[in-house]
Design a protein around this ligand. Structure first.
Ligand code: ZN
Length: 183
């Protein structure tokens, strides 16, 4: 296997579908084909694929997100299911063991998850990050990856956000302040 990994962040119904609790709407739905192509490319290049997805408990007042956002990606709910063609593809890959699914409860996919240990076990040095929201979970995952000395690229055409102006700001911030490659 290549020493690279693709991270797909939060591409779930609640963040992408029209009826999602915290949806990016059309901007998120427009990524579906591009993320599929990016996953297929990762398969061709024998990269590791990690699917990092919010999974929250209902009424979890101890999670700081509870005071900031409506309930979303509740464990076992429709909202937490992966969206669209990307979801179909990833579910198959997860089932066959070709992609690894990691639930998370904070913005960063590194916080309180085995992601860093699993990447190091596999000698992964380079990460490509795709998914939503660009200025929230993608950004915080990228910050944690940079602090852990991974070489990080963000696939701009595979990211979107539900926050006004968040896309441009986050891409500029990751490029200018974190030294991340925007591809
Ligand atoms: Zn969340």
């Amino acid at each position: 296997m290549d020493k690279s990994a693709l991270l797909v962040i939060d591409y779930s119904n609640d963040f992408v579908a029209d009826q999602g609790a915290l949806t990016c709407g059309a901007a998120g739905q427009a990524l579906d084909g591009q993320i599929v192509r990016r996953v297929e490319e990762a398969l061709r290049q024998e990269q590791f694929i990690f699917v990092c997805n919010d999974e929250h408990q209902a009424n979890d007042c101890y999670n700081p997100e509870a005071a900031l956002f409506p309930p979303h990606n509740l464990r076992g709910s429709w909202g937490a299911e992966l969206y669209g063609r990307t979801g179909e593809l990833l579910r198959g890959l997860i089932k066959s063991g070709r992609a690894l699914y990691l639930p998370k409860s904070r913005y960063s996919a590194f916080f309180a998850t085995p992601l860093d240990a699993m990447l190091r076990e596999r000698k992964v040095e380079r990460l490509t990050v795709a998914g939503v929201c660009t200025d929230i979970c993608v950004l915080h995952t990228v910050i944690d990856a940079v602090y852990r000395h991974y070489q990080v690229a963000v696939a701009e055409d595979c990211c979107a956000t539900c926050m006004p102006h968040g896309q441009e700001w986050a891409i500029a911030h990751m490029r200018g302040c974190l030294g991340v490659e925007i591809i």
